[in-house]
Design a protein around this ligand. Structure first.
Ligand SMILES: [Zn+2]
Length: 416
């Protein structure tokens, strides 16, 4: 390990941040609130003394740049914001590991590394207040839907543009953030896994293959309301029966998809009373896969099943797309380097996809070669105050991530 790198310091700083911006219920750094601003001011304090150029871009993302021999930049990303009652590692582990890497490179290269290194703290990754995640990174990548975002309101009826104005961000200008990527040569992000895969394998670290594509639909079955006492079973047009039969169906679809997942997360019946056969049943289906063709096949199979079940049950079905995002496979050369860095640090590496979306998906979508590294999550749990990772694994994570930074710098210098 490089003598300038002190992973224990990262852990001490994360604990300091927890004391400063958390309470008995967990982390309270919801984006654009006072606590979030406190966290950012604290972060700036940690960066003092390093020869960095620091500025906030048009979307509220905080960039800290260590100029190198080459203008081509390695970007290290994370987010200081949390969900309400969040965990102590989600997002800020990435940022603080990045701070430690800046210190190491500054020490090793006397303030001028071979390539430019930029740490970005993305604004409002979680979307906790306005229900729209990846705000800062999607403004930067250009995919933010301005009309949709303009209309967002929080629980108190405050519109997103007004909330942004309060923290000095002009909503209509946020996409100017995109110019930050002009010199980007690669993007790396360290994150806790937030799931149980590495835990179950008893491995500390994993190389992330990409983020899942998502197909999200509402499926509505239309039958006929009828009296629950007077209608014989063979005369019913039961919308709930057809919808319910979708449940075992999606487990079979996921199983044969090779790594995909399907979830029916909501079910609403009408008229929704105890004495009536269900006239209308609306379920939501969320399907995810790393491979676009496999995701399309999963969707087709679910559609076919719904039509078959509808005709068998003598009901009608229609589909409405709620949301969709393409899979974002990360860069193969960077995945290989991530795996190497993990093997050199912790001997064994595992490759896995990411179910949750991350800012890295936006940067990847903008065409910047990207990879993420995961650290094991104890309990496989996140967005909860019990979120945790063993300290020795956090240290391994900082070390391996630092090695990855070196490997990616070398890759950039070799003309990537
Ligand atoms: Zn996160």
């Amino acid at each position: 390990m490089n003598s300038f790198l002190e992973p224990k310091r990262t852990i001490a700083e994360l604990k300091e941040l927890r004391r400063l911006t958390g309470d008995d219920n967990g982390a309270q750094r919801v984006a654009f609130t006072e606590k979030w601003q406190t966290a950012r001011a604290w972060l700036r304090g940690k960066l003092e003394g390093l020869p960095l150029e620091i500025h906030t871009d048009a979307a509220g993302n905080l960039w800290s740049t260590l100029r190198g021999e080459s203008d081509r930049a390695l970007i290290i990303g994370g987010h200081m914001d949390s969900v309400p009652n969040g965990g102590w590692l989600d997002g800020c582990l990435n940022v603080m590991a990045g701070v430690e890497i800046l210190r190491r490179l500054n020490g090793q290269y006397q303030g001028r590394p071979p390539v430019t290194i930029r740490l970005v703290d993305w604004a409002d990754e979680e979307g906790a207040r306005f229900g729209k995640s990846l705000f800062g990174s999607s403004a930067c990548s250009g995919t933010l839907d301005m009309d949709e975002a303009r209309a967002l309101e929080d629980r108190d009826g405050i519109a997103l543009p007004d909330a942004l104005k309060n923290v000095g961000i002009a909503f209509e200008e946020v996409k100017q953030s995109g110019r930050e990527l002009a010199t980007a040569a690669a993007y790396i992000e360290l994150h806790i896994e937030q799931g149980p895969v590495l835990l179950d394998l008893d491995l500390p670290l994993g190389a992330v293959l990409g983020t899942f594509g998502v197909e999200r639909h509402a499926i509505t079955f239309h039958g006929q309301a009828a009296h629950s006492g007077s209608t014989p079973m063979n005369r019913r047009k039961d919308a709930f029966l057809a919808a319910a039969r979708m449940s075992p169906e999606i487990y079979r679809i996921a199983e044969r998809s090779g790594g995909g997942v399907c979830t029916i997360g909501s079910c609403i019946t009408k008229p929704g009373i105890v004495t009536s056969v269900v006239e209308e049943c609306r379920i939501t289906l969320d399907q995810r896969h790393l491979d676009a063709a496999a995701l399309a096949r999963m969707l087709r199979e679910a559609q076919d099943a719904s039509h078959r079940l509808a005709s068998e049950g003598n009901v009608r079905v229609d589909w409405e797309r709620l949301w969709h995002i393409e899979p974002r496979p990360f860069h193969p050369a960077l995945i290989a380097r991530c795996e190497e860095a993990i093997k050199e640090t912790a001997r064994v590496a595992h490759r896995l996809p990411s179910g949750p979306l991350h800012d890295a998906a936006e940067v990847c979508g903008a065409g910047v070669p990207t990879v993420m590294m995961f650290v094991q999550s104890l309990h496989g749990i996140s967005h909860n105050k019990i979120e945790d990772t063993k300290e020795e694994q956090l240290e391994l994570g900082v070390q391996a991530f630092d090695r990855l930074a070196d490997k990616v710098m070398a890759w950039i210098m070799n003309g990537s």
